[in-house]
Design a binder for this molecule. Structure first.
Ligand code: TUI
Length: 307
């Protein structure tokens, strides 16, 4: 399937893997790239030199295009922005902020820039700043989220900009893919389904929780201090939401979450760790290779779109 996004990125299928902190490391990025999608390394809160190593390791596993996602709240974001240029990475996506200050250096280096946004205003601002495409991410997504749903956000962003739009949030199968195309998107970004990929290094306890999750098993923490994060309900979310309700300070809550994502992904602490996942987790039923996932989605979507 050809769209402006497959042309822009030189990929076979219009499927982009989410830039999930801790989860989106080189094994997953390379597996998605080799399966014909766009693989991403999620820099999350990692130091710049760690990201450089991840880029080099990805290159050893694939000669297909891949990108890096920068979480803009990372204190090392400036250094990571430079690593992307130095290592010749072709695509960058950004999250949790405004990448405006890096746009000129990336464009000059020929890097394709795809900001992830949660509003029409931000999408327009990014287009004016020179973005090549935009990910419109609905509140169904896991991790740090905005408030608009994918169903409402995607068509409004499509109408507001001329650059290609990639839909994210609540998409995990061929039906979601086809629906996103109907809303005017030219690719989808998926995170939650790739968490349970065979090539994903996520701890088995975390994968099991995603596979067991039902439709209403996620909670949004951090709403009170302006950093809403969607994750699966567990002891951590119950504790967090209780403290938040009692008016705990940002610092207190931060203390609770510090390192909690690593605890879940690496150590498999599904009780006190942060199990970031989207609302579509209820649809994710089994571990498969990235190639199996992408093939299945494209086949199902092809049949639906043909009908
Ligand atoms: O960035 C994401 N999702 C993320 S980042 C992340 S790491 C993290 N860990 C713990 C706590 C908080 C974050 C986990 N998930 N998605 C892309 C996204 N970006 N969604 C919404 C936004 C966004 C929000 C505000 C983009 C721009 C923005 O602009 C603010 C401004 O500067 O005007």
């Amino acid at each position: 399937m050809k769209t402006r996004v497959t042309e822009l990125l030189g990929i076979e299928y219009p499927i982009i893997q989410g830039g999930m902190a801790w989860v989106a490391e080189y094994n997953l990025a390379a597996a998605v790239a080799n399966a014909g999608g766009l693989g991403l390394i999620g820099a999350g809160g990692a130091p710049a030199e760690f990201v450089r190593e991840q880029i080099r390791k990805t290159k050893e596993l694939t000669d297909k295009p891949f990108g890096v996602n920068i979480m803009l709240m990372n204190p090392e974001a400036d250094a990571i922005a430079q690593v992307i240029v130095d290592e010749g990475v072709k695509v960058v996506t950004t999250g949790a902020g405004n990448p405006g200050k890096y746009m000129a250096m990336w464009k000059e280096a020929g890097v394709k820039v795809i900001p992830v946004v949660a509003s029409v205003a931000m999408a327009k601002m990014m287009e004016r700043g020179g973005a090549d495409a935009i990910v419109a991410e609905g509140t169904e997504s896991g991790g740090h989220i905005g408030s608009a749903t994918t169903m409402t956000l995607v068509p409004q962003v499509v109408d507001a900009v001329s650059i290609p739009v990639i839909a994210a949030g609540g998409i995990a199968d061929g039906r979601g893919f086809a629906a996103a195309m109907m809303l005017g998107a030219e690719a989808v970004q998926m995170g939650t389904r790739f968490v349970v990929a065979k090539e994903s290094i996520v701890h088995d306890n975390y994968k099991k929780k995603v596979i067991a999750a039902k439709d209403i098993d996620s909670e949004v923490t951090g709403m009170s201090h302006g950093h809403p994060v969607r994750q699966l309900r567990n002891n951590m979310t119950r504790e967090y939401l209780k403290l938040e309700k009692e008016g705990a300070s940002f610092e207190e809550l931060e203390h609770l979450t510090l390192g909690a994502l690593r605890k879940a992904v690496v150590e498999g602490d599904a009780v006190n760790g942060t199990l970031m996942a989207g609302q579509i987790a209820g649809l994710v039923k089994k571990e498969q290779t990235c190639a199996e996932m992408i093939q299945e989605i494209m086949k199902e979507a092809g049949e639906l779109l043909h009908k």
